[in-house]
Design a protein around this ligand. Structure first.
Ligand SMILES: *Cc1c(COP(=O)(O)O)cnc(C)c1O
Length: 341
């Protein structure tokens, strides 16, 4: 097995950290209040295995019924449950050749046959490649590490052409691409599962909170896996924090708008420095410079105290994935690159 390799988490705090798509800011003040108000004595008891209150608040936020939601310990857990629930060993599962690395890891772990569908030369997904498949389909939208968005209409075509397969749309970055979410299609397509995370747009990567949303029959399938594996997948602190986080819409809207504005400004500055920048609907940019290799740029930035992500993979080895950080950190990045080039 080839396990997933997470981005580096340096221990010395010396770096401007633009390598794992975390939020540059603390989570909503409602999260701080929930943590301060948490009664340690409550840890004596097991948490509510059904996460009843949190699930009700989460479902209401998205206009869904509680039976259409399963909350999980990070979206990675939701994805793992989906790989386990909707395939048997040896079954085919489909995803892009360049996408979130965990899909391949889970396919191997659960002994599924990973069938990768190459992105086109411009790194976009060709919807027709996903038509009439004989196994579950996993699509990150926006995709990682490209950041590119597949229009909802294209995903709808894929759903229609695979009525007997589960199509999992991983919207880890969807909050940074307004209008890109497939949640409104849940009412129409019983084969759609949408996966969200609190790690990026809600600044809670350290808490491990994610969700799967879809038809109640799919959610029931995931729930069977959860109750066969770890009924208490969300601890009491996570339940309280998650519920507080989902109810603070104002913080969420301001935080995502600020990231999107910084992303657009940074993309323009990178283009002005001669970078090719892929169109991004996420909280990161995927960019390459014709005059430098990806490895050169990655190391030079690292020596100057800036961590970005570099994938030693065919087709993308000269790209850097740059998380959108605070405004002044992005200024430092641009100034550093300008000096380097
Ligand atoms: C970050 C990320 C996840 C994992 O999120 P967690 O909720 O922290 O487990 C899932 N999918 C994609 C595409 C991601 O980038």
């Amino acid at each position: 097995m080839q396990p997933y390799v997470p981005g580096e988490q340096p221990k010395d705090g010396r770096y401007i950290k633009l390598n794992t798509n975390e939020s540059p800011w603390p989570p909503s003040p409602a999260v701080a209040a929930a943590l301060r108000g948490f009664e340690p004595g409550a840890l004596r008891l097991y948490p509510d295995p059904d996460a009843t209150e949190f699930t009700a608040a989460y479902a209401a936020h998205y206009g869904l019924m509680p039976g259409q939601v399963l909350l999980c310990g990070g979206s990675d857990e939701a994805l793992a449950f989906a790989f386990m629930a909707f395939s048997d060993a040896g079954d085919a599962v489909y995803f892009a050749d360049i996408t979130y690395g965990f899909y391949q890891v889970y396919a191997d772990l659960f002994r599924l046959r990973a069938c990768t569908l190459p992105l086109q030369a411009d790194f976009s997904i060709r919807p027709e490649d996903y038509f009439c498949r004989d196994g579950s389909i996993f699509i990150a939208n926006p995709n990682a590490p490209t950041g590119m968005v597949l229009p909802v209409e294209a995903i709808e075509q894929i759903l229609r052409r695979n009525p007997d397969q589960v199509v999992v749309v991983d919207e880890a970055y969807g909050d940074f691409a307004p209008g890109s979410s497939c949640i409104p299609l849940i009412a129409t397509y019983d084969n759609l599962l949408v996966v969200h995370t609190f790690s990026k747009s809600r600044a809670l990567a350290g808490m491990r909170l994610g969700a799967a949303m879809g038809n109640p029959a799919l959610i029931e399938g995931l729930s069977r896996i959860k109750y066969s594996f770890n009924p208490y997948n969300l601890d009491s602190v996570s339940l309280a924090v998650g519920k507080a986080a989902i109810t603070d819409r104002d913080w969420f809207e301001q935080a995502t708008a600020r990231i999107i504005a910084t992303r657009e400004r940074t993309a323009a500055q990178l283009c002005a420095l001669g970078f090719q920048v892929l169109p991004s609907g996420s909280n990161f940019l995927f960019a390459r410079h014709p005059g430098k290799t990806g490895a050169e740029l990655y190391s030079a930035l690292r020596e100057r105290g800036i961590l970005v992500r570099h994938f030693q993979k065919p087709r993308i080895e000269h790209f850097l994935r740059i998380t959108i950080g605070a405004e002044d950190d992005m200024d430092t990045l641009i100034n550093t690159l300008e000096a380097l080039l």
